[in-house]
Design a protein around this ligand. Structure first.
Ligand SMILES: [Zn+2]
Length: 283
């Protein structure tokens, strides 16, 4: 198993105190390149694992393929998922959407990457948004609880989920009028995020994969779907934890337990948001 990339401090030869955070890691042993020659390359948000051969099904590096945790056959569902993915999510090394897609038939899980979705450029998405059986998972003020929504139409449903951080999702939702056409729904769930290796703003903030698993289970009236879709995520988390990843508690957990070790924001609006988090006010 390959270890994490760590700066080779020994090769830097007694220059440890010189701006260690700004200096690129010394080239790996055997490389004759000057550090300057990598100018900027080391700053790219790409980890070594991103360049290793990937499994065609689960999108994970081949050595840590999660296919054994995926269902043998794609799940039979009538609901179609549309994942609207912020471009920053696509390049993350720990992505959950490929795992979700691998659990579902191709035609039931569509992933669209971008920030802006105009009617002209996305006519298919526009007609999906105008379909009365389309819901969008967005916890705005007017969102209904998905469990309480009448899902008795004989025609298949579509659910749109925005994949990104909370502020990216908010931006995508508000800047694209198409997404304000479908009925807004939210999940009222007691499930705490199992996706412990990525900091979530609140304990109840779920990853896209978790949201999709719960939504599909409700819409298909089949609880087994949730377990099947969450299994690869659990495997991913336990694998990462065994290999040195740290449990990331939510910011809410850290603040409430006095464990938040980053400087408090100077910006008053951000500070107010953090206060609201501590006091359990939905933001
Ligand atoms: Zn795989």
């Amino acid at each position: 198993m390959e270890g994490r990339e760590t700066p080779a401090t020994d090769a830097a030869g007694g220059r440890e105190d010189e701006e260690p955070l700004l200096r690129p890691p010394a080239p790996a042993s055997g490389s004759e390149e000057e550090a300057e020659d990598c100018g900027g390359l080391w700053e790219l948000p790409v980890e070594l694992s991103a360049r290793r051969p990937e499994c065609g099904r689960c999108g994970r590096p081949e050595k840590v393929c999660l296919c054994p945790f995926l269902p043998v056959h794609p799940l039979k569902v009538s609901t179609c998922l549309y994942i609207i993915q912020h471009p920053a999510e696509e390049s993350r090394v720990l992505r959950t959407v490929p795992l979700l897609a691998a659990c579902l038939p191709e035609e039931k899980c569509k992933v669209l990457i971008g920030r802006r979705f105009s009617e002209d450029r996305y006519p298919e998405l526009a007609s999906v948004c105008r379909n009365k059986n389309t819901l969008i998972l967005y916890p705005g003020a007017g969102a209904a609880n998905l469990e309480e929504v009448d899902l008795s139409s004989p025609d298949p449903y579509v659910i749109i989920i925005i994949d990104g951080t909370w502020s990216q999702a908010k931006d995508i939702f508000f800047k694209n009028t198409l997404f304000r056409i479908p009925k807004q729904v939210q999940l009222r769930t007691s499930l705490s995020s199992q996706y412990v290796i990525r900091t979530q703003p609140t304990n109840a903030c779920l990853s896209t994969l978790e949201c999709a698993a719960i939504s599909l289970a409700i819409m298909e009236k089949n609880d087994g779907i949730k377990e099947t879709v969450l299994r690869p995520l659990q495997a991913l988390c336990s694998f990462q934890l065994q290999h040195g990843a740290q449990v990331h508690h939510s910011k809410e957990h850290l603040l409430k337990n006095g464990l938040y070790d980053k400087p408090m924001p100077k910006n008053k609006r951000k500070l107010r948001r953090m206060e609201l988090l501590v006091n359990n006010v939905k933001i």
